[in-house]
Design a protein around this ligand. Structure first.
Ligand code: UD1
Ligand code: UDP
Length: 374
């Protein structure tokens, strides 16, 4: 049995890592295909080191480009590898262009696709990620979904119940596995000389950072936040647009804001755990916040992670200046609200998602179900 893992960006490396470890531990043959969508040291190599992953067997080296060109180059590269390697299953994770390219190519070669974090829906088709998720799920044979609510999305789309596995999210496995290592090894708090109450911020979603007005509104809110030190590891996409719109130096010069390069996973786990609040438009960070018991404010108007909001750990604040500022003040002033957010139950499982996923793949393989028939 041979498994091909497809990864391309920071969150895929992190969320696939416990699954790769599990496959490795069980002595199953596997190959790692990196599309090269993320290529800066801080966005890729750093995570291989932190998570002690072996180097990818293939790197397609796609780099940055328009969606069409990027997806086409990835498909071309992935197809060549899959034709030569003939894996029994291809695993993709999440909703990036690598997921779209990998799932599409594998399905057309009649290689079954296992989609880790399948079934999420924001119901917002302006998001490239929503298109990627939906197309990938058309190509998928085994659906590994984090929650019952996600399973329902797929059932409503007509997917067979026996092909859906409710496993929790591998983000929890990664958090639990790495938090102790991080506590021992990370020096981020002393390196950054952090004091007082921290708000850790990430921002990279296209609809926020590529839209001048929305970015301006968010920047205005950040400049006006009081009583918190904001730590902001800035995604390269956001560096680019902040500079293009002339907003980078406004943030850099604000005394309560620390702008830094993206940091490693171990350091980021420690930063998150030591934060009073997280503010983000990231998918993975909404999940990590509720796993680490840190209240989260999400700079979006919808989320494909509604469980975090329903559980009470996450509030969607959108991108309007006043709403962001009101929400921060309210959480800091209302102790009951703050405690309630911290204590929100984690909907994403108990950290055994990777084990459950590998069990399901092995079962399907031994029962001869890993075959795509007419
Ligand atoms: C991608 C994913 C998004 C995911 C995010 C994780 C898609 C459509 N988007 O968005 O779902 O949440 O990764 O972080 O797949 N850049 C660099 N160095 C890098 C990578 C990117 O400088 O190593 C810059 C380039 O200017 C590039 C821009 O960032 O044009 C955007 O990168 P891209 O990979 O297209 O999308 P992300 O915003 O990273
Ligand atoms: N992360 C990190 N360093 C950083 C910022 C984020 O290690 O400086 C990790 C974070 O812990 C989470 C993942 O990156 O696991 C989220 O990735 P991102 O926000 O880029 O993508 P998304 O989850 O939105 O697809």
């Amino acid at each position: 049995m041979k498994i091909a893992f497809i990864i391309g960006t920071r969150p895929e490396i992190i969320k696939m890592s416990p699954l790769i470890d599990e496959v490795d531990k069980r002595g199953i043959d596997y190959i790692l295909i990196h599309t090269g969508q993320h290529y800066d040291y801080e966005m890729s190599q750093q995570f291989f080191l932190d998570l002690e992953l072996r180097e990818p067997d293939y790197n397609i080296g796609v780099g940055s480009d328009s969606h069409g060109k990027q997806t086409a180059v990835m498909m071309d590269g992935i197809e060549e590898v899959l034709v030569n390697e003939k894996p029994d299953i291809v695993l993709v994770q999440g909703d990036t262009n690598a997921v779209l390219a990998g799932a599409l190519v594998a399905a057309k070669l009649h290689i079954p696709v296992g989609h880790v974090e399948a079934g999420l829906r924001s119901y917002d088709k302006t998001m490239p990620e929503e298109i990627n998720r939906m197309v990938a799920d058309v190509c998928t044979s085994l659906f590994f979904v984090p929650t019952e609510e996600t399973a329902l999305n797929l059932l409503f789309e007509g997917i067979n119940r026996e092909d859906i596995f409710i496993t929790g999210n591998t983000v929890v496995d990664a958090c639990y596995r790495n938090l102790k290592i991080a506590a021992k090894n990370s020096r981020i708090m002393s390196q950054l000389e952090l004091e007082g109450d921290l708000l850790s911020l990430t921002l990279h979603r296209a609809e926020n950072v590529d839209d001048r007005q929305r970015l301006e509104n968010i920047v205005e809110a950040l400049l006006k936040i009081k009583g918190l030190t904001i730590v902001f590891p800035v995604h390269p996409r956001t560096v680019k647009t902040l500079k293009n719109f002339g907003m980078y130096s406004l943030l850099e010069e604000a005394p309560h804001i620390k702008m830094i390069k993206p940091i490693g996973y171990l350091d980021f786990l420690i930063l998150e755990s030591n934060s009073k609040l997280l503010m983000t438009d990231s998918g993975g960070i909404q999940e990590e916040a509720i796993t680490l018991d840190v209240p989260c404010l999400t700079l979006r108007y919808n989320t494909e992670r509604p469980e975090t909001v329903e559980a009470g750990g996450n509030i969607l604040v959108g991108s309007r200046t006043e709403k962001i500022l009101e929400s921060v003040s309210k959480i800091l002033e209302d102790e009951d609200l703050y405690r309630g957010m911290k204590e929100a139950p984690n909907p994403y499982g108990d950290g055994t998602a990777s084990k459950q996923i590998v069990d399901a793949i092995l079962n399907a393989y031994t029962q001869g179900k890993l075959e795509i028939k007419p």
